[in-house]
Design a protein around this ligand. Structure first.
Ligand code: AMP
Length: 558
């Protein structure tokens, strides 16, 4: 791969990008930059966000603009406000050492008068969303008659957003003789027809195969029942305490619902959707950009133009109907040479879509298993221990409290302190996850499978029930773990409000009673007993005659 010094850059630009920490050009840059600088030819570049595409066209623009003239010479069209701001900032950075280089970003949702004033002062590069630019053209606030370079960034996104007509209108006001550079992550037929309509035998450059996703992204899928998706999502978030990413939902209503649930459950999450005012949207985006917000929940439309480096995960609660959207979603991680994970929670009926994507994008998904409750607890514990190890001590501030702290711990060994400290957070997760069910399809076993021949069984009573949030699966898991019983030895289960019954082989029942001795669940001391008299499982309705006692067991005796 080439070095920047081999690309024929001016000293001013070379210094500016060195100051940005760019050492080597990315693959798209080493192909596009020389092509743009050397020939005034149209060009189509297949590149996703994160490949360094902004610098691929931004650096040549800084080099090619005539800084002695203060007329718009380049127009960059981009689908969203966020992307415009990003591009303008990048252009300013690349031109930091170039004198008299002026650029402006114009987009909807911001004060148009301020933008008009900026345009009047004289700029050479206009970065715009199509809608706002049409508005400005209508007010004669912008003159595109001297445009020499036109950049269509994220062209496929602009078409997806319905900007085709606006683009046609804008292009009709630009000179025929100009160079057009089109960037797109995917190559749908509509893009091909744009290139036919507006471009002259363009060069085609691609940073990878057409429609292929970035190799630094690991694609994963989790097979779960639709009703378990939220629980699986929480497990994945808990298993990855340092996660920083976007959760994609299908609808606005779903983004809100998931965000509300996550916030209520104590996660650092917020939603981004079309109903937010620009101010609310900016607030959410600022928090996300600054990483004070860990998880952003968004629809495809709302997430357009979010270009944030270092996202660790993209979570797809459903696969999008349009498969190109998957490329766009996953391309928001693994930017600038980093690695990232794009994961899908999928039900059995949609599994074929995974195969379809693998074929279309020429990549492989890795099948994952939703972490078990215990795995989550272990991960959280180790993470907390690691944080304690790494935390920076503010010697000056903590010094005055040390005598009190030391006094408090004086009667404890180092080992005791460590145990207590670790338990503080660990207990919370353990309490929640101890008997959590397995959420993976195929490995989860229905309770009915545990039913076994009643004849050899004892009926067991336990003083926990639905009121303790205990489901049949949790009960099985509890008896398995505490009583050391194999799940298929557990017979029928009846859950009641404050108590429950389950069947156990008679030769294990006594041992299990003892194993539960002293066991505490969610603050309650648990009692397991063998029913003195064999009794049938209680019927749903109370028996006539008013007796609330269960009827004696009438089945065959051993
Ligand atoms: P983009 O694809 O333009 O959105 O760029 C993605 C990220 O890569 C941005 O944060 C850029 O600042 C960064 N970047 C672009 N080119 C390079 C390079 N040659 N070396 C290091 N980082 C780069």
């Amino acid at each position: 791969m080439k070095n920047f010094s081999e690309l024929g850059l001016s000293e001013a630009v070379a210094i500016a990008i060195a100051e940005l920490g760019f050492e080597k050009p990315t693959p798209i840059q080493s192909q596009v930059i020389p092509a743009m600088l050397e020939s005034a030819k149209d060009l189509i570049a297949l590149a996703q966000t994160g490949t360094g595409k902004t610098a691929a066209f931004g650096i040549p623009l800084v080099e090619l603009i005539d800084t002695s003239a203060k007329k718009p010479q380049a127009l960059v069209l981009a689908p969203t406000r966020e992307l415009c701001v990003q591009i303008e900032n990048d252009l300013k950075a690349f031109s930091a050492k170039t004198k008299h280089f002026y650029t402006v970003a114009v987009y909807g949702g911001a004060n148009i008068r301020t933008q008009i004033d900026q345009l009047r002062k004289g700029v050479q590069v206009v970065v715009a969303t199509p809608g706002r630019l049409i508005d400005l053209l209508g007010r004669r606030a912008v003159d595109l008659s001297q445009i020499k370079y036109l950049v269509l960034d994220e062209a496929d996104e602009m078409l997806n957003m319905g900007f085709q007509e606006d683009i046609d209108e804008i292009l009709s006001t630009t000179p025929k003789e100009k160079v057009t550079w089109l960037f797109s992550a995917t190559m749908p037929t509509e893009i091909k027809s744009i290139s036919k309509k507006y471009m002259k035998s363009p060069m085609e450059i691609s940073a990878g195969n057409v429609n292929q996703t970035n190799a630094n992204i690991e694609h994963q899928y989790y097979l779960v029942q639709p009703k378990n998706k939220y629980a699986a999502l929480k497990r994945i978030l808990d298993y990855n305490p340092d996660i920083y990413g976007i959760i994609f939902c299908r609808t606005k209503a779903e983004t809100q619902e998931i965000a509300e649930k996550l916030i209520k459950d104590g996660y650092n999450a917020d939603s981004l959707h079309g109903d937010l005012s620009q101010m609310q949207r900016d607030k959410v985006m600022l928090a996300f950009r600054e990483r004070t917000l860990q998880m952003l929940i968004a629809t495809d439309v709302a997430a357009r133009g979010i270009d944030i480096d270092n996202l660790t995960h993209i979570i797809n609660l459903h696969l999008p109907d349009d498969m190109d959207f998957y490329t766009h979603r996953s391309g928001r991680t693994a930017r600038a040479g980093k690695t990232g994970i794009s994961l899908v929670l999928i039900s059995e009926k949609d599994l074929y879509k995974i195969k379809h994507l693998e074929r279309k994008l020429q990549m492989q998904f890795k099948k994952m298993t939703v972490p078990s409750g215990i795995e989550v607890c272990e991960k959280q514990l180790l993470n907390m221990i690691h944080r304690v190890h790494e935390v920076e001590v503010n010697e000056a501030e903590i010094a005055k409290y040390l005598p009190v702290i030391e006094k408090e711990f004086a009667d404890m060994t180092k080992e005791d302190v460590l145990k207590k400290f670790a338990s503080l957070e660990f207990n919370r997760f353990l309490e929640y996850y101890r008997f959590a069910e397995d959420l993976n399809i195929g490995e989860r076993r229905e309770v009915r499978e545990y039913a076994t021949k009643k004849g050899n069984n004892d009926l067991m009573f336990i003083n926990l029930g639905k009121m303790d949030n205990l489901g049949a699966k949790e009960l099985v898991e509890m008896v398995k773990q505490v009583g050391n019983v194999r799940p298929h030895d557990i017979g029928d289960i009846r859950l009641k409000g404050a108590y429950s019954f389950f069947e156990l082989p008679a030769n294990q029942s006594q041992r299990v009673v003892q194993a539960f001795n002293g066991f505490v669940y969610r603050g309650r001391r648990v009692r397991v007993e063998i029913q003195n008299e064999r009794q049938e499982f209680p019927k749903k309705k109370a028996h006539k005659g008013g007796s609330r006692e269960m009827k004696p067991y009438k089945g065959k005796r051993k």
